[in-house]
Design a protein around this ligand. Structure first.
Ligand code: NAD
Length: 253
């Protein structure tokens, strides 16, 4: 039984995590945190985000799962370091200073951060690395689509795809095109669409040599991210302080 807490408990992903954990018998969601006053969600006691230390001390989770905003994640990191609690971070949109702060927390507690907790995306990332390496002269274009409430653009997953490509090839991202904008040889167009309640779609197109390869992924329900975050929490509980990736969870489970 893994004792978890959920930060951003009343958000879209927070609720999905609580729902997914409730349907399994290997998790105990002992506490949640939220910015607005909420008494409980599906029987889980909710503390205000200002009372992180109290909630962690009173309910003693092994791991906190966080899907919020960077500012909240960083406040949580301070509280987790003080309380000795591990972190599974799904929040995206950190600047370089935020990433540095989060990484420094991993010197004191185990931290696992992923821009996407779907297993399919992890496989896609590996496939993309292989395809870009095998087709070095092909033009690359990256598209992502998310729901109309998403704050950061391009998505954290699109940025991870871009980093994966840049490990293989020196490409410069161009974020959308307008006006006189002929394609340069070493550029990759990156496009973010926002509409409706789309859970998350990513597509990389590789084109050249009279052919087009399209590698894509579509999340059909937030449950896929919740399931991955829960798997990560079980895997992380009891680990030494370090910076971990979801790829390591996939390799092990
Ligand atoms: P959301 O807006 O529905 O939920 C975020 C919640 O965090 C909100 O309810 C907000 O009130 C709450 N919040 C804000 N400040 C807080 C604070 N200080 N303390 C506690 N809660 C606070 O958004 P969402 O769709 O659930 O997404 C949240 C984050 O997770 C985003 O960064 C998104 O990109 C990311 N995300 C990641 C994955 C993944 O697999 N890694 C999947 C989906 C979403």
């Amino acid at each position: 039984m893994t004792r978890i807490a959920v930060n951003g408990a009343a958000g879209r992903m927070g609720r999905a995590v609580i729902e997914a954990a409730s349907a399994r018998d290997d998790f105990d969601v002992v506490v949640g945190f939220h910015v607005d006053d909420v008494d409980d969600i599906q029987g889980v006691p909710i503390f205000h985000a200002d009372d992180l230390a109290d909630g962690l001390a009173e309910h003693e989770p092994q791991v906190v799962i966080d899907f919020t905003v960077p500012e909240s994640t960083l406040a949580l990191a301070d509280a987790c370091v003080d309380a000795g609690v591990g972190m599974v971070v799904g929040t995206t949109g950190f600047d370089s200073g935020g990433m540095a702060s989060l990484r420094s927390a991993s010197q004191d507690v185990p931290v696992l951060k992923a821009t996407n907790f779907s297993r399919g995306i992890q496989v896609l990332l590996r496939t993309i690395g292989e395809a870009v390496s095998a087709l070095p002269d092909y033009d690359l274009e990256l598209m992502e689509t998310h729901h109309n409430q998403k704050i950061d653009a391009p998505s954290g997953t699109a940025n991870t795809i871009l980093e994966t490509i840049q490990e293989e090839r020196d490409v410069e991202p161009v974020y959308g095109r307008e006006g006189h904008a002929p394609r340069q040889e070493d550029e990759i167009g990156v496009f973010a669409r926002r509409a409706g309640d789309i859970r998350g779609e990513h597509e990389l197109v590789l084109a050249g040599n009279d052919e087009v390869v399209s590698l894509s992924h579509r999340a059909e329900d937030r449950g896929v991210f919740a399931a991955g975050a829960l798997d990560a929490a079980t895997w992380l509980a009891g680990k030494d302080p370090e910076w971990y990736s979801f790829g390591e969870v996939i390799d092990d489970t």
